[in-house]
Ligand binder design. Structure first.
Ligand SMILES: *Cc1c(COP(=O)(O)O)cnc(C)c1O
Length: 379
C-alpha cells in the first residue's frame, strides 16, 4: 500500500541547515550543529547580508507591506518593478527588461511563450534544468548538441535550414555553466544565430555580478549587449543576494513576453522588498569594488590550486574532479570534518564518472579561508 508517507522510499533524511550569515561574515554555515566555512553558496558577492541591502528590504516592508497580493497583470504591480526594469536594462545594455518570479519560472515561461509547433530549439546538453524543463514544456522540436560543440551545432542548424519550410529557430545556452564553471562562446553563438536566422537565448545566471570588470557578464564582455537577435536571462538570487529573475531583450520582445509568459501572468508578483534589495545590490555592484574582490579571490584560488585535478574554469565555480561517487562523497566528508562545506555533485546532475566537488568562491572569503580549503583538498 502506498500513501503520502512512503511515496519516495529512497530519499535520505534531509540535513538540518542553519545559516550563520551576519554582516561581518557571510560565508559561515551551521550544518547539524557544526560551524563550517561555506564554499557552496551562489551569494558570490556576499550581498545577501550587506547592511544596505537588508535595510532596503526592511524599508520596503515598512512602507508597503510584504506580499504583492496578486499577479502584476491584476493588482500586484508596483512602480518599483518598472524602475528596476529600466535600471537593469540600462546597466546590461538592452532596450527593455521583464522581472519574473525566479530563474526557473523565467526559463520555463520564456521558452514556452516563444515556441509553437513550427519552432526548433538547439540546446547545449549541459544547460541548466530550468532551460531543459522550458524545452520540455514548449511545443518546439528540441535538438541537443554536445557541450560547447559548436561544429555539431552548426551541422544541426544546416540540416534544419535545408530540410524545413521556414521554421523559427532558437539557440539556447547557459552563459557560465552551473556545474562546470566554463562559459559559452557568445561570439560564435551570435555568429551562428545571424547566419542561420535564429534567436539566441543566453542564461547568464552565474556570469552576472562575477564576469567582466563591471560584472555585467559574458554577453557584455563579448560586446553583444542589446543585439536584436539576443535574449538574456538572469537571476536576482545569486550575485544580487536577493530573489527573483529577469529577461532582457528588445522593447518589442519584452512587450510581447509581458502579455504571453504564463509564469508571469499566472503567478504572484515578487515581493517589493526583494526588488528593493536587488536595486540596492545593483548600486553596490556599480559603485564599489566588490566584483574585483571576487575576481581577486578566484585568481588567488587558481594560483594556490594548480596541483589539484580541477576542471578548466576561470570563474567563481571551481569544480574538483573526483570521478566516482564514492570518492566525491568521501572527500566531501573529509572537508566537512576539516571545517569546510563543499558539496559532492554526482550523477544524474552531472554525467556518469564525473562526480566532483563543486567549490564556489565569494568576495567575502578571506585568503585564510581559501588557504585552509586548499590545504584540506591536498591529501
Ligand atoms: C540558478 C540558475 C537558475 C535558477 O534561478 P533561480 O532564480 O534560482 O530560480 C536558472 N538558470 C541558471 C543557469 C542557473 O544557474
Amino acid at each position: 500500500m502506498m500513501d503520502s508517507r512512503n511515496w519516495f522510499p529512497t530519499i535520505p533524511p534531509s540535513r538540518q541547515r542553519h545559516f550563520l550569515a551576519s554582516q561581518r561574515h557571510a560565508m559561515l554555515i551551521e550544518i547539524n550543529g557544526q560551524k563550517l566555512h561555506n564554499f557552496a553558496s551562489n551569494d558570490y558577492l556576499g550581498l545577501s547580508v550587506h547592511g544596505d541591502v537588508k535595510n532596503a528590504a526592511i524599508d520596503a516592508i515598512k512602507n508597503e507591506g510584504f506580499g504583492s497580493g496578486a499577479s502584476r497583470l491584476v493588482s500586484g504591480d508596483d512602480p518599483v518593478f518598472h524602475a528596476f526594469e529600466s535600471e537593469l536594462a540600462a546597466w546590461k545594455g538592452f532596450e527593455a527588461c521583464l522581472l519574473v518570479g525566479s530563474g526557473m519560472l523565467a526559463n520555463i515561461g520564456l521558452l514556452q511563450a516563444l515556441s509553437d509547433r513550427s519552432t526548433e530549439i538547439f540546446a547545449d546538453k549541459l544547460n541548466h534544468a530550468s532551460l531543459v524543463d522550458g524545452c520540455r514544456l514548449s511545443e518546439a522540436k528540441v535538438k541537443r548538441y554536445p557541450h560547447l560543440d559548436y561544429a555539431r551545432l552548426e551541422k544541426q542548424l544546416q540540416q534544419n535550414v535545408n530540410d524545413n519550410t521556414k521554421p523559427k529557430r532558437m539557440i539556447v545556452s547557459d552563459g557560465v555553466f552551473s556545474m562546470d564553471g566554463d562559459g559559452a562562446d557568445i561570439t560564435i553563438l551570435m555568429d551562428l544565430a545571424n547566419r542561420y536566422d535564429a534567436l539566441l537565448i543566453v542564461d547568464d545566471a552565474h556570469g552576472t555580478g562575477t564576469v567582466g570588470q563591471d560584472g555585467k557578464g559574458l554577453i557584455a564582455q563579448a560586446g553583444l549587449s542589446g543585439h536584436a537577435r539576443l535574449i538574456e536571462v538572469g537571476t536576482l538570487g545569486k550575485a544580487f543576494g536577493s530573489y527573483g529573475a529577469y529577461v532582457l531583450g528588445s522593447a518589442e520582445m519584452i512587450h510581447g513576453l509581458r502579455q504571453r509568459m504564463r509564469t508571469v501572468i499566472y503567478s504572484t508578483a515578487i515581493p517589493v522588498s526583494a526588488i528593493a534589495a536587488a536595486r540596492t545590490a545593483l548600486d553596490i555592484i556599480q559603485t564599489t569594488d566588490v566584483v574585483q574582490q571576487l575576481q581577486a579571490n578566484v585568481a588567488y584560488f587558481l594560483e594556490c590550486s594548480q596541483h589539484l585535478q580541477k576542471m578548466p574554469s576561470q570563474t567563481a565555480i571551481q569544480p574538483v574532479l573526483l570521478g566516482s561517487d564514492e570518492a566525491a562523497l568521501n572527500r566531501a566528508k573529509y572537508l566537512r570534518d576539516s571545517g569546510f562545506f563543499v558539496p559532492a555533485i554526482r550523477p544524474p546532475t552531472v554525467p556518469e564518472g564525473t562526480a566532483r566537488l563543486r567549490i564556489t568562491l565569494s568576495a567575502q572569503h578571506t585568503k585564510t579561508d581559501i588557504d585552509g580549503l586548499v590545504q584540506a583538498l591536498t591529501l
